[in-house]
Design a protein. Sequence first.
Length: 441
Amino acid sequence: MAISSPALTTSKLINQTNKNYTTELVTLTSLFFMWGFLTALNDILIPHLKAIFSLNYAQAMLVQFVFFAAYFIMSLPSGYIVEKIGYKLGIVIGLIIAGVGCLAFYPAAAIQSYPLFLSAFFALATGITLLQVAANPYVAILGKPETASSRLNLTQAFNSLGTTVAPFFGSIIILAVAVKSAAEIVKLSPSQLSAYKLAEASAVQVPYLGLAAALFILAAVIGVIKLPSIKAESNNNGESNRTFDYLHDSAWKYKHVILGAIGIFVYVGAEVAIGSFLVNYLGDKNIGGLTATQAGKYVSFYWGGAMVGRFIGSAVLRKIVPGKVLTFNAIVAAFLVILTMLLTGHIAMWAILLVGLFNSIMFPTIFTLGIAGLGKHTGQASGILIMAIVGGALIPVLQGVIADTIGIHHAFIIPVLCYMYIAYYGFQGHIPSHLKTVKVK
């Protein structure tokens, strides 16, 4: 039988158990905006780098491979770091690392080195990984357990605000500089070539220098404000976790955590794969026939749908069982992707953009269902779930290989399969079996 709400572990807020945490949640929300903005900018940089370095789809998707591989490599170390130094300091260090990653875009653009760009993406993602491991469970814990999904969806809505603004911003600043072909570059005079390279470099350098400054300032702000200390104690019913700890000495032993990690893997993979292909897909003459700059602006509709959906979802999840909402959204998303594969023109274009609306509640809902009732293992489970974001590294590359083989239009079969699994997790896979069978007063 399904639980009616994510039975999150109750972590004790030291000496502040009755406090209203609105101020803290507002502060943390700025973090969600920033990493959403930084992540969505990848969708704009991919076609830009693809053109500059004459890459095929699979090679261009190495950007997402490297970026999301950082989640897989760094999530468990990040979970360990957060357990040792605390949520707040973990957030500050994550912001600093992300800022350093942004600074690395400057030399990468100056010498036009694709490997150096990939290294910069990895450093940036390392910082964001630490932020996610610290901030997601923090938001889930700061309030009543029964409204955790709603609360995390609300903060994730501002993450989606960042992902909505970023493509529009990037299309104006980055994609506005037209990339010349090798034949066109050969015809340029030395002075024209120098000016062209300077324009290409500055299109990337200037925005990322600004982002680095913003991250460092945010790190300083988080460092000086007061956030509550948190420690894990008991489950949401006030029950002892001693039997749980004895039977399950690790979060890896909980089936709903592992199935939730798979859910995060395929969700992020599907979301990132769709977003990464949108500029090129909408530019296809059989779909939208848009220029790169125009298509980049339309990507904002995809991410904007996720933002709107999360605001709506924050209210809906207070009334309807999270698992049912997750299943419904996954089924509709799969239908829309199938629709875009079967059709052409503006119907296909808007069908794929509308998927963002139904992506909206998936990550925060899978996350809160995945860490339900884990007591002291909540931090480790958070690391496992964040590690599964590596799906954003692997699935876009797989879709890129398929696109190079059969074409971009029908390569979207991969997200369809991902959404089918998510529908299963929402329907049955999320139910924590230990909450049904083990209770110790």
